[in-house]
Write a protein that binds this ligand. Sequence first.
Ligand code: CU1
Ligand code: CU1
Length: 272
Amino acid sequence: MTVRKNQARLTAEEKRRLVAALVELKRDGRYDAFVTTHNAFIMSDTDSGDRVGHRSPSFLPWHRRFLLQFEQALQSVDATVTLPYWDWTADRTAASSLWAADFLGGTGRSRDGQVMDGAFAQGGGRWPISVRVDGRGYLRRNLGGNGLQLPTRAEADSVLAMATYDTAPWNSASDGFRNHLEGWRGVNLHNRVHVWVGGQMSTGVSPNDPVFWLHHAFVDKLWADWQARHPGSPYLPGGGTPDVVDLRETMRPWNDVTPADMLDHTRHYTYA
Ligand code: CU1
Ligand code: CU1
């Protein structure tokens, strides 16, 4: 059984094995395929068009499936590895062990944002940025450099208190839990964290930064926490809504999964 742990509680050996599995997926090309898929969805997910991964109700089940596939790829390299989550309400500074050289490495240097330490620094030669939105082939970050603060526990709780999953018009203007968690409205949880990290994380090729997976694992955990808190609140819309993925419609790019299939994460993993 896969148990996803808080990254702050991983042992040195668990961090080493996760980093090694990430580097192996990068080496064999599977990592970059995930980056390409994510960017294609960011480009096509618009407020008025056919939208699946973002700006729509299926933001949460789409990323749950995306992470599950990625975790399975990691486990094909090392069966002991699971995706940890980054509780950014608790580990809220660039001094967190998350950003140490033995794990994800730190912020970028001021000149060009280039990450200079850890396994994902360009100097190590193991983390080329191949799927990119500009000419820069190195991982970039600017942790907290734009003056933003990471969301607080109180802000996360205020979003978890919302009883309705999502509302019309089912996009970035919607009221409800999904859109406040995604961050287009209100206190802004998920989107703000992408911008706080900066560099590739604030673009469509955000999975180039391995922290993408730890960030989204926590977003996924917040969804699971919300489900436990509101057992009577269903995924919406239930059906008959154009341009978005209803409860029992399949989610691109897969042809075998619907939001309904993704509602119970405990079939696949649990959170510790
Ligand atoms: Cu995304
Ligand atoms: Cu994201």
